[in-house]
Design a binder for this molecule. Structure first.
Ligand code: URA
Length: 280
């Protein structure tokens, strides 16, 4: 695919043009007429090579410039070192021989409110979490796991299928902390039973930590758990005949609810994405 200055047919503008105009006028030439031609819309299927590389997630755009200049990137089999080179989304772009996928990976965390179901579509017409993040991306983001309709708190969405699979995998043991409010105080003996491991469907659930919430009534409990089995928190307490009246996920894989009001979402920072990527 072609070069930057011939790629989309737009006339060059900016600094270079400005200097040229000034000089010509000083020499007594007639001032150059402004280009009033309407600009052609740029082709959405053509992007700069550095953006293509950055979108594929291997590095930032600035770093991509360095790798391009160093000859790490090929387009349709040819090494390209030219700045501003443009490519089609369908071109074969490789970084150190590995083919890249230019779909930008996006990561959004939502502080889920009550009464939204974690499905992409609901046949019963209930409100879904998708409606809450609908303006976050043009790409199709999907929730990495599920919170029950009446559970609140952190829910991660992404179009990065590979990361999503990795986070879902039971062997990864993602750290999740829940704030639980029970319909009655939790007996210390039952707290101990949970600490020791309660069997749910004949499989013991290991709880990393469980304790009463400081300066709160004894029906308020904090629990850290790695298991990602469905409804696992409710099922643990059901085994001991407690009813959960409020369940809030306050930490998910290192992400917190800090500065994220209920019902709001935000993009993950670059560092947060790197941290998630390190979960093997
Ligand atoms: N455990 C539950 O029981 N429900 C949730 O929504 C999340 C974890």
């Amino acid at each position: 695919m072609g070069r930057s200055d011939s790629g989309n047919g737009n006339k060059k503008s900016g600094r270079q043009g400005g200097n040229f105009r000034k000089k010509s006028y000083a020499r007594g030439n007639a001032p150059i007429k402004k280009n009033t031609e309407p600009q052609k819309p740029s082709d959405p299927n053509v992007i700069r090579l550095n953006r293509y590389v950055a979108n594929s997630g291997v590095c930032s755009r600035r770093e991509a410039d360095i790798y391009i200049a160093a000859g790490n990137v090929t387009v349709n089999g040819k090494p390209i070192t030219e700045m501003g080179y443009k490519v089609k989304l369908t071109d074969d772009v490789r970084f150190d021989g590995r083919r890249l996928n230019p779909v930008k990976k996006e990561y959004v965390v939502l502080n889920k409110p009550k009464d939204f179901v974690t499905t992409t579509r609901d046949e019963r017409g209930r409100r879904t979490v998708m409606g809450l993040i609908s303006n976050a991306s043009k790409s199709e983001l999907v929730p990495v796991d599920k919170l029950d309709k009446d559970t609140t708190g952190l829910l991660l969405f992404t179009n990065d299928g590979e990361l999503s699979q990795r986070l879902k995998s039971p062997k990864n043991g993602l750290r999740k902390i829940y704030h639980i409010e029970l319909s009655k105080p939790l007996r210390s003996a039952d707290l101990k039973k949970i600490q020791e491991g309660i069997a749910v469907d004949e499989k013991v659930v290991r709880v990393q930590e469980i304790s009463f919430v400081d300066n709160a009534p004894k029906n308020q409990v904090g629990m850290e758990i790695f298991s990602s089995r469905n409804n696992i928190v409710k099922r643990i307490f059901e085994e001991l005949e407690y009813e959960i009246v409020k369940l809030d996920r306050v930490i998910y894989a290192g992400l917190t609810k800090k500065d994220l009001p209920r019902g709001h979402w935000r993009y993950l920072t670059e560092q947060e994405v790197i941290n998630l990527g390190m979960i093997k």
